[in-house]
Ligand binder design. Structure first.
Ligand code: PLP
Length: 393
């Protein structure tokens, strides 16, 4: 017999994938230049030059057996040290290499952290709009998924609602800032309020409620927006980081979990995350990528192209009458669907070969997501379609 849950997860394509594949089919029919695909969050700027130089130099100069061999499960010492040093230099974070566990990206990092907290009756919260994969990541690993409805004006946090949903079983809350899909960055004030609430609730429930900080977009912030290092605000924070977006390496699968010493039960939590990774088949993160991280942990992307796209789309769409919180991070915009039904709007747009993702799976069915990691040229060609769609509801 086959497990129905896994069958359903593996056979049902995500709405994003479906749109993306539809776009490829349409390109063959109407021409690539006539399809405006805003579906995927695949980086559209090349990796910084230091990254490719590191790849070449490692391959040319290091012993091949080391480059391609197994490393300790948590990663090689030089990569973990480089990550810790970078965090300490930037945030004065008191992170030791032993707090870092290198993973194959943020998704496995997050799943290992979720599993490490998956005690009986566990509940894990996420704030809408949230990355659509959170629900299956949580539910398929045991805990109950508890979404907190969105503040659809500023896309910060509805604290009254959040507080009312915390129970004695709440183990963690996933915090994703800069956010996919809203592009919004939580302010320091929001995070401090969250920390105060979780500290109070942890005391009441008698156990820590952890923040799982999912941070693939940490380095992607604009207009000088501050992205605070959450463990410095709330000690019971586990950071799940990825180089997929910051170094444009999504297919190379490299990221890490960081469990700071100041988190309650940190050593046991770190060990449980290592155990969870083990039963998920983690042996080590790709060793070549670890060596790249050892050299490039402090390298940051050049965001000029993303910033130009963000500004062009935000200015044009709002001038046509679309409503949208101005994104100051990541490479997404979350726009209110004219007429209120984002699925209907997305279908209407699809007829004009404009592919935008309806927000139902992100917990906001009246918004749609645009990925702004696209070519500037495509943005220019797509604007008349956006204009037509709002002028002719
Ligand atoms: N979390 C969020 C919010 C994401 O947007 C993504 C990827 O798009 C991930 C996690 C997964 O990232 P990774 O490629 O590092 O596994």
């Amino acid at each position: 017999m086959i497990c129905e849950t896994m069958y359903s997860l593996g056979s049902k394509r995500s709405c994003i994938r479906e749109l993306f594949e539809y776009g490829l089919q349409q390109a063959a029919v109407v021409g690539k230049e006539n399809v405006f695909d805003y579906s995927l969050g695949n980086p559209s700027i090349p990796s910084p030059p230091e990254v490719n130089e590191a790849f070449t130099s490692i391959i040319q100069n290091r012993d091949s057996l080391t480059v391609h061999g197994y490393t300790p499960a948590g990663g090689c010492g030089e990569a973990r040290s480089a990550v810790a040093e970078d965090l300490n230099r930037r945030y004065n974070a008191a992170i030791r290499p032993e707090n870092i566990f290198l993973t194959c990206g943020a998704a496995p990092a997050l799943i290992a952290a979720i599993r490490a907290l998956a005690v009986a009756d566990a509940e894990i919260m996420a704030i809408a709009p949230y990355f659509a994969e959170y629900r299956p990541f949580v539910e398929a690993n045991g805990p109950k998924f508890v979404p907190v409805s969105a503040d659809t004006v500023s896309f910060q946090i509805r604290f009254d609602l959040l507080e009312s949903l915390i129970t004695p079983y709440t183990q963690a809350i996933i915090v994703n800032s800069p956010c996919n899909p809203s592009g919004v960055v939580y302010t320091r004030e929001t995070l401090e309020r969250l920390a105060a609430l979780l500290t109070r609730k942890s005391r009441e429930t008698g156990h820590p409620i952890y923040i799982l900080a999912d941070e693939p977009y940490r380095e992607l912030a604009y207009d000088g927006a501050e992205v605070p290092f959450i463990p410095n605000i709330y000690p019971n924070t586990v950071v799940c980081y990825s180089y997929s977006k910051s170094l444009s390496l999504p297919g190379e699968r490299i990221g890490y979990v960081c469990v700071p010493d100041r988190a309650e039960d940190s050593q046991r939590l770190y060990a449980a995350i290592a155990g969870a990774a083990r039963v998920l088949g983690h042996v080590c993160a790709p060793s070549l990528q670890q060596l790249v991280v050892a050299r490039c942990a402090a390298v940051r992307p050049d965001l000029a192209a993303y910033d130009r796209n963000r500004t062009a789309l935000y200015d044009a769409l709002t001038s046509y009458g679309y409503q949208c919180a101005k994104p100051t991070g990541a490479f997404y915009m979350f726009v209110k669907a004219p007429g209120g039904d984002a699925l209907a709007f997305s279908n209407r747009a699809k007829e004009k070969n404009l592919l935008v993702v309806p927000g139902g799976d992100f917990g906001c069915p009246d918004f749609f997501r645009i990925s702004t990691c696209v070519s500037f040229d495509m943005i220019q060609r797509s604007l008349p379609v956006f204009k037509t769609l709002i002028e002719n509801p």
